[in-house]
Design a protein around this ligand. Structure first.
Ligand code: C5P
Length: 429
């Protein structure tokens, strides 16, 4: 075990599997790690703080303040070499995904700069619920490592996916992380407890095709947004656009083939990336795309924003299907966040940002305005009026617009446009 001298925070939330925290603490301490335990109030119903304090040889924190003094969550977050949340209940996953900071675990999680591992445990239907899965995807997109659930008998008497990973597998995953910090998680931030001991990780990046393409993006992490966003009016209707995501998906595949680690934040589409190593974060609305992109940007060397993000969303989404009435229906729309502008605002000196623009008039002039207002390095400009270009087509004819010049390309497949864009990006990186 490579855990000797490591400082580990263990967050325990309220599931029947909380009793396994005792085994995890004992295993960590035995391996030479220093352990500090945080518990939610609900967790204390399943296992006593005294047990975990005794095993960890440290006080257990059960709230951000105890009425008299304040527990410094920032200090704890900075102290740790790794944070493990085990078991992570559906509630805790939801709070972590949404920064609902009403307990010590979420407070420390939000302050932590170390790698965070989370091991969910819940009943099979709770685990399969789209809300839970969405939170898991968000947490993975934020760079946290999922320790996948096991399959088998559950506390409810049912059987299926949702069991907490076995404590020895969790310990092995942490140990593997410290032995080789890059190896504990696959490209999608998931570590599969079931794969321990086989020397495999789930969804590992495919071997780079060094004989086919230059590995000129090796070691680079690239964020790509693609596809449309859907803004819901009611449970069955939405405002959307005709983007298929084809251009962004071609970019994600090509960048992966050239050695990059790619995070693809993808709006609703029937198309999907073909390269296995692409970390796809499926989103629906502009606000979801915004949250995932902002969370990933600080880890990225570059972002290519190919998504057709809705500029507006309905002020409110009706919970019931809107009934038709006589006369017109008025919709009030409010502005969505501008992801490109926000990433540009926050851009560090080493980062590169590429945007797309579709202009019906004064293309180059408008593109240049966007270039400077969104702090982009270049804009891929396409014209909607030409045959074979734009949404839904497999080909495109683009111009690259920088502050200084304009480069024209001929009509070609989007896969080749992707190559041209990445060639230009490699020059800038
Ligand atoms: O301002 P406009 O929508 O023409 O800008 C297009 C560029 O900005 C594209 O790269 C698009 O992906 C990005 N964008 C964004 N968030 C928005 C609107 C556009 O990232 N809300």
């Amino acid at each position: 075990m490579s855990l000797a001298g490591k400082k580990i925070i263990l967050g325990v939330s309220g599931s029947i599997a909380a009793y396994k925290a005792a085994l995890i603490v004992r295993g960590l301490v035995k391996a030479g790690a220093e352990v500090k335990v945080l518990m939610t109030r609900a967790a204390t119903d399943f296992i006593s703080p005294l047990t975990l304090a005794t095993l960890s040889k440290n006080d257990v924190t059960t709230s951000v303040h105890d009425g008299e003094s304040w527990n410094n969550h920032v200090e704890l977050g900075l102290w740790a070499d790794a944070m493990l949340i085990s078991p992570a209940t559906a509630t805790t996953l939801g709070k972590m995904a949404s920064a609902i900071c009403d307990n010590a675990i979420v407070a420390v999680y939000l302050s932590a700069r170390c790698p965070v591992f989370f091991a969910p445990a819940m009943d099979l239907d709770m685990w399969a619920h789209p809300a839970t899965q969405r939170n898991v995807e968000l947490l993975k997109a934020y760079g946290n490592h999922l320790i996948d659930v096991g399959d088998g008998e559950l506390a409810s008497g049912l059987s299926g996916a949702g069991r907490l990973a076995e404590p020895e597998d969790i310990l092995q995953i942490l140990s593997d992380h410290f032995a080789d910090p890059g190896a504990a998680a696959g490209a999608d931030g998931r570590v599969g407890a079931q794969e321990i001991g086989k020397g495999l990780s789930v969804n590992a990046e495919p071997a780079p095709q060094t004989d086919q393409l230059p590995q000129d993006l090796a070691g680079k992490r690239i964020l790509i947004t693609a596809g449309p966003t859907y803004e819901d009016l009611d449970p069955v209707r939405y405002l959307g656009n005709r983007s298929t995501g084809r251009m962004g998906i071609a970019l994600a595949d090509a960048a992966t083939q050239r050695g990059a680690r790619v995070d693809l934040v993808l709006g609703p589409t029937t198309l999907s990336a073909t390269e296995e190593g692409v970390n796809v974060i499926p989103v629906r609305t502009a606000r979801e795309m915004h949250a995932a992109s902002v969370a990933l940007w600080h880890k990225a060397d570059a972002a290519v924003l190919a998504a057709a993000v809705a500029d507006y969303r309905p002020r409110s989404t009706a919970t019931q299907k809107i009934k038709k009435k006589d006369g017109p229906l008025r919709l009030e729309l409010v502005r969505n966040p501008d992801i490109a502008a926000e990433l540009g605002e926050d851009k560090k000196a080493h980062q590169r940002l590429v945007g797309f623009a579709l202009e019906t008039d004064n293309g180059i002039e408008n593109a240049r305005r966007k270039l400077s207002s969104k702090h982009l390095d270049f804009i891929v400009l396409n014209s909607p009026s030409e045959e074979g270009t734009g949404f839904g087509h497999t080909t495109n004819r683009v111009q690259f617009v920088t502050k200084e010049d304009v480069q024209d390309f001929e009509l070609k497949p989007k896969t080749e446009v992707a190559t041209d864009i990445l060639n230009a990006l490699v020059e800038l990186l």
